[in-house]
Design a protein around this ligand. Structure first.
Ligand code: OFO
Length: 166
């Protein structure tokens, strides 16, 4: 049986993953409004990936016979200064999510909850990839600064991202 403190903390993480999903969907809408449809595609798929993360925690709680308690999700921002600003906020957000996952891992060790600790290893690895991917996009957006052609090429590349959560 999972301990209440672990159950509560995973329920809080579900809300954070759902917020991530809404944040990236809001960024997708922003990119659509400025006609960068490749970036919009990337963000839309990222939103789906975040919902898949939420569901992974959701299913884990159910598998452990725990209660799923969905809390309130804050409304995300709607507008950013420019594409780099949006991706820099995305990177800052992912860094905060990594910290949150690490805190869960610390708690699982403290509570001697080996099953939860094992489940979290997937998320720890996923966060390494998420930060690296967004960091790379930030770097490439900085290189393209002041170059509409560079931004157009990047947008075209972002359009190639495929759905891997289905
Ligand atoms: Fe769920 O990894 Fe991003 O937020």
């Amino acid at each position: 049986m999972i301990k209440k403190i672990m159950e509560d903390s995973i329920n809080e993480q579900i809300v954070k993953e759902m917020y991530s999903s809404n944040l990236y969907l809001s960024m997708a809408a922003y990119f659509h409004t400025i006609n960068l449809n490749g970036f919009a595609n990337w963000m839309r798929l990222q939103a789906q990936e975040e919902m898949a993360h939420a569901l992974k925690f959701f299913d884990y709680l159910l598998d452990r016979g725990a209660n799923v308690v969905l809390g309130q999700i804050d409304a995300p921002k709607r507008i950013w200064d420019n594409p780099l600003n949006a991706f820099e906020e995305s990177l800052a957000h992912e860094i905060s999510i990594t910290e949150s996952i690490n805190n869960l891992a610390d708690l699982s060790i403290q509570e001697k909850d080996h099953a939860t600790h094992n489940m979290l290893q997937w998320f720890i690895q996923e966060q390494v990839e998420e930060e690296a991917t967004v960091n790379e996009i930030c770097d490439r957006l900085k290189l393209a600064e002041g170059s509409p052609g560079g931004l157009f090429i990047l947008d075209h590349e972002m359009k190639q991202r495929q759905n891997t959560t289905a």
